[in-house]
Design a protein around this ligand. Structure first.
Ligand SMILES: [Zn+2]
Length: 192
């Protein structure tokens, strides 16, 4: 989306992340915001915009520009810089920058919002509605016919170190008698 006069003035017509001058500067609303209010938008060059649109942050040298942009006074620029830095957290310079910067809580919440929304879509709960996490121990609440392995795991069987099936809130994986099997969350309760 083209940048309006307010954004032109604020950005000085350069990319607010990497300071590059570009004929095709774009106004980018920092998710989960989608509107055209300048407060929610960052002016990006086509290079930054393409990498962000593709969620491709492998060009770590390019993203060193964030060590500067994170100090911007514009909350949208802070939030976007913070968000990308957290994805580069394995780089020492990115981790150090995240540690040294102080941002208001709403800005950090904004930066993390998209990832949190994605994560919150899949929540694994046991038969009593208790949230399950990877590494938990669960107990079977009924006899389970283990398909393929040809045995029945009796009610009361303890399954340690479960793993959550990432894209299916109804399923976990665990080992029973040496076999890793998929277990439905509605047939287990979390062991405390
Ligand atoms: Zn840029």
């Amino acid at each position: 989306m083209p940048i309006n006069t307010q954004l032109q003035t604020r950005s000085n017509n350069i990319c607010e992340l990497c300071s590059s001058t570009d004929e095709n500067l774009t106004a980018y609303a920092v998710p989960p915001k989608t509107d055209e209010s300048a407060d929610n938008q960052v002016v990006l060059c086509s290079n930054c915009f393409n990498q962000i649109s593709n969620s491709n942050y492998t060009d770590t040298n390019h993203w060193r520009c964030l060590t500067g942009s994170i100090w911007s006074e514009v909350p949208a620029v802070q939030a976007l810089s913070y968000k990308i830095l957290t994805k580069l957290n394995s780089e020492d310079w990115a981790a150090e920058t995240l540690e040294s910067v102080f941002l208001e809580e709403p800005v950090i919440d904004w930066a993390n919002a998209e990832d949190n929304i994605a994560a919150s879509k899949v929540v694994h709960k046991d038969s009593f509605g208790v949230v399950l996490e990877t590494g938990d121990t669960v107990i079977l609440t009924q006899n389970l016919n283990v398909k393929g392995a040809n045995f029945i795991a009796p009610k009361g069987t303890t399954v340690r170190k479960i793993r959550l099936v990432p894209d299916n809130a109804e399923q976990i994986e665990g080992k029973i008698e040496g076999d890793t099997i998929v277990i439905l969350t509605k047939y287990v309760r979390k062991s405390v």
